[in-house]
Write a protein that binds this ligand. Sequence first.
Ligand code: S3P
Length: 166
Amino acid sequence: MNHIVVIGFMGSGKTRVGKRLSSDLGLTFVDVDKVIVRKMNMPVKEIFQRFGEPYYRALETMTVKALIEDKEKKVISLGAGLPIQEQNEKYIKQLGTVVYLKGSAETFRKRLEGNNNPLLEGDNQEEKIKKLLKQRDPIYHKFADIEVVTGVKPFEELIKEIESKL
Ligand code: S3P
């Protein structure tokens, strides 16, 4: 399917950008995390705590597979960890055009202050962000058909840039 797929680190603005693209393009917006939360009827953090991360990752893979079969073109935002799972590699490629919202650890640190993501729990959030971003950026880059930098220009300009590249 040729969906528009928005990827990037936590705090990169995947939901905000995805929603805006969907309204500009007249397409339905789907946030994979939200689909899972709705299906399980509990927050992401609780799914991680009660069933463990591998279980959450399996739910993500199931959701992506279903979207590949979905014949109505959509804008889809993927949770930041989804592209990192090897089992998802072949599915992401089949989903559509991938837009990577790249950004610096400093941008994400500021935006993620007080965030209760299970992977950033505890002390030293800054180090955790830096380490995760270093691991993940090359993988996001590998999937990207379009790559834009978030946190340096106004939102409207970022949207214009993405839309001109689509
Ligand atoms: C995760 C990011 C979250 C969510 C889950 C795991 C990750 O999504 O899927 O908490 O591994 O980085 P967002 O990118 O929407 O915050």
